[in-house]
Design a protein around this ligand. Structure first.
Ligand code: MN
Ligand code: MN
Length: 323
């Protein structure tokens, strides 16, 4: 399978990478109403919403900053040799328009957007936004059958409620997703969990439904390769979503996020874990929780788009091998 030239990104040899309108990875912008939408196979989407944030805010500004830094991405993956833009048609589908003053309305707007993406048979790669954005995406992507999930994060995001009964925050999306039948818990693995905790309620829930948690101590003891062999086994051959919270990475490398936790993987390991997803049937992915107001150097957003590029390579490979 080869892509249509219309969907190739602008090369830095034709227009310097600091110039031009910054779409994701310098791809063409194809809005949902555009007739070219029918040709798109992977859609890069911004979800500029952080209405589920309970601590330091700012991921609503993530997509714009990630688009800007994504102009640094070139056409070829230096480690794996993959040239994603030549394998499949990729485009920037623009931003989901949230309602910053109404949480439940924002969730519905996002699901409606991803319903249209799914109806067009496009695999979404989303830039958040906070982690609650993943719930409305899954509501569209996992309609009719539950998905597996590989989840990189320093938190499980499996809590039941915050502040005495608030059920929708960026700490609860996967509890709701399991309850709503969007995820098959036996095919869910959460990697990198660490930090201080309110209690173990989230981990007890994980155990009770069969979600696998690989805490950071185990991750460092076993190493990337061994952990990712197990992650691939858990995901199996079924349709799998990949959700990547930037706070998975150590705050020395990714300080620009709302809920950092020390003792995490370095920026090289942050890319490596994604490369080891080769062969997994990835039907969608996201990179969430980059908060530009806390990202003084822009380095967190740069790492974020580098992770998005790795995710894109895995998705493009999976799609082209499926034919
Ligand atoms: Mn998270
Ligand atoms: Mn987190």
């Amino acid at each position: 399978m080869t892509s249509n030239e219309f969907f190739h990104p602008v090369s830095g040899f034709d227009l310097p990478r600091f110039a031009g309108v910054p779409t994701f990875m310098r791809l063409p912008h194809v809005a949902l109403g555009d007739p070219r939408l029918a040709e798109v196979q992977i859609g890069l989407i911004g979800a500029p919403w952080d209405g589920g944030t309970t601590n330091r805010p700012g991921p609503r500004h993530g997509p714009r900053q990630l688009r800007d830094l994504s102009t640094m991405m070139r056409a070829q993956n230096g480690a794996t040799g993959v040239r994603p833009f030549e394998l499949v048609n990729c485009a920037d589908l623009g931003d989901v328009g949230p309602n910053p003053a109404d949480l439940m309305d924002s969730l519905d707007r996002m699901t409606a957007f991803y319903d249209r993406v799914r109806a067009a048979d496009i695999l979404p790669l989303t830039a958040g936004g906070d982690h609650l954005c993943t719930l409305p995406i899954l509501r569209a992507m996992a309609r009719n059958r539950p998905l597996g999930m590989v989840h990189f994060d320093s938190h499980t995001d499996l809590f039941n409620s915050y502040f005495g009964g608030t059920r929708y925050t960026h700490g609860t999306p996967f509890r709701r997703a399991v309850e709503e039948g969007l995820l098959d818990p036996k095919r869910v693995v959460m990697i990198g969990i660490r930090g201080t905790a309110y209690d173990m309620e989230d981990r007890d829930f994980a155990k009770s439904v069969g979600i696998t948690i690989i805490a950071i101590e185990e991750f460092h003891a076993r190493g990337v390769e061994d952990v990712m062999v197990q992650a691939r086994e858990i995901a199996g051959s079924g349709e799998t979503y990949v959700s990547y919270d930037i706070d998975f990475v150590d705050p020395a490398f990714a300080p620009g996020t709302g809920t950092p936790e020390v003792g995490g993987p370095n920026s090289f390991q942050a890319l490596q874990v994604v490369r080891h997803l080769k062969g997994v049937n990835v039907v969608g992915a996201d990179l969430v929780e980059v908060s530009p107001p806390f990202d003084q150097s822009g380095g967190t957003a740069f790492l974020g788009v580098s992770i998005m590029f790795e995710l894109l390579c895995i998705m493009a490979q999976a799609l082209s091998e499926r034919g």
